[in-house]
Design a protein around this ligand. Structure first.
Ligand SMILES: *Cc1c(COP(=O)(O)O)cnc(C)c1O
Length: 382
């Protein structure tokens, strides 16, 4: 049982994908074309976003969002010390400086008190990350941002389907992003991403930056033929093949999310209280105004590496989200952090293991993973 079965996730979609791919081939424009424009409209309807700007990855979406939201060179952006590396590298690549803050005592979100304490005269933004199955404490972080006069930009790359107080992730501040990396809840057949925003000016700048500074709606003209470039842009455009696949997969997104929740509930019921398992996602305190939307099913366990080896030996794939906290990543060594600076983030990294979770998994497969986890801890001296 692989950690993620990319081929299985496409099986039920081949017919829909073929139909959309035929449109792309008939249309004869394969980058930044009509299929991409159509996807933007569908995603805007699905999320409730005022604007969706489709791009080539979640990481580029973050870079574009930060710049479009007004990040100036040297500005500090407060990010959690526990996240995917792209959260912090996007800040650097957009010209800013990531400033780390610890996560909550119970949970994996940026802690509002820690974020508040990290604010300096050079801070311009706070970037909460919605990890795994729940949103960060946007009520608490929003209050800090308002009091300090800072913008909120959300790393909502994992958060499609997550809402707080009825508002989709990414739409609680200047904007957010989506990632369509194949393993994500809405995964493509390669990389893809999008900027989500309700602010016209943010969308307009993101559209310019993704297309050589040229801007405009998603169009099918040849890129680079512009005699009026006002800002040096990137090439972050989405391919129509991706948009075709994503449109087909969008038709089952609600059902896929419901199935993920079912499987996550099954894992939790089986693993809660099992010796050696310190925490299951369902035992975290609920986030007021927001339901769980499971993307990754992350356990906190004892003897994590030995458990991973045991499961691998039984043919069960697992992943570590995330092996190294951001402040201890070699690429941020110049920021001068040491082990112990953000103890909650470090503890989260040390005990985390993610088990397989995707809509095509059967109940029996989940039971098998749980059986093996129980067997592993039952056989260990305590
Ligand atoms: C997946 C992810 C990203 C980056 O998305 P890509 O599409 O892989 O570039 C950024 N932040 C978080 C939290 C993610 O999980």
């Amino acid at each position: 049982m692989p950690f993620f079965d990319q081929a299985a996730s496409f099986q039920k979609h081949w017919e829909g994908i073929r139909k959309h791919l035929d449109d792309v081939l008939d249309n004869g424009k394969f980058s930044h074309g009509a299929k991409v424009a159509e996807l933007e409209v569908r995603l805007a309807a699905w999320t409730g976003a005022g604007h969706v700007v489709a791009v080539n990855s979640g990481t580029d979406a973050l870079i574009l969002l930060l710049r479009a939201a007004g990040l100036e060179p040297g500005d500090e952006v407060i990010v959690p010390a526990y996240s995917f590396i792209a959260t912090a590298s996007a800040v650097v690549l957009a010209g800013g400086v990531p400033v780390f803050a610890d996560i909550e005592e119970h949970g994996t979100g940026l802690d509002p008190g820690a974020a508040d304490a990290a604010v300096t005269a050079r801070t311009s933004m706070i970037m909460p990350v919605h990890l795994f199955d729940r949103m960060a404490d946007l009520r608490g972080l929003g209050a800090v941002a308002r009091r300090r006069g800072l913008a909120i930009v959300e790393d909502s790359a994992e958060a499609i389907g997550m809402r707080m107080d009825g508002v989709h992730a990414g739409l609680h501040g200047a904007g957010g992003v989506l990632s369509f990396f194949p393993a994500k809840t809405l995964g493509g057949i390669g990389d893809g991403g999008a900027v989500l925003t309700d602010e016209e000016s943010v969308a307009e700048t993101a559209r310019m930056l993704r297309h050589h500074g040229r801007g405009g709606r998603t169009i099918d003209n040849f890129p680079g033929i512009s005699n009026a470039t006002v800002v040096p842009g990137r090439n972050s455009k989405m391919d129509d093949v991706q948009a075709a696949v994503l449109q087909a997969k969008l038709t089952t997104l609600d059902a896929d999310i419901a199935r993920r929740a079912e499987l996550a509930g099954r894992y939790d019921a089986r693993l809660r209280g099992v010796p050696g398992v310190r925490g299951v996602p369902g035992s975290l305190p609920p986030r007021p105004g927001s339901d769980r939307v499971p993307y990754v099913h992350l356990l906190q366990v004892e003897d994590r590496d030995a458990l991973a080896a045991h499961l691998a030996g039984r043919g069960i794939g697992t992943e570590i989200y995330y092996p190294v906290p951001l402040h201890l990543q070699p690429c941020f060594a110049h920021l001068g952090h040491r082990p112990g600076d953000f103890p909650r983030a470090e503890a989260a990294c040390a005990g985390a293991i993610a088990v397989p979770l995707y809509p095509d998994l059967s109940d029996e497969q989940v039971d098998r993973v749980c059986d093996e986890i129980e067997r592993f801890y039952a056989g260990r001296p305590r």
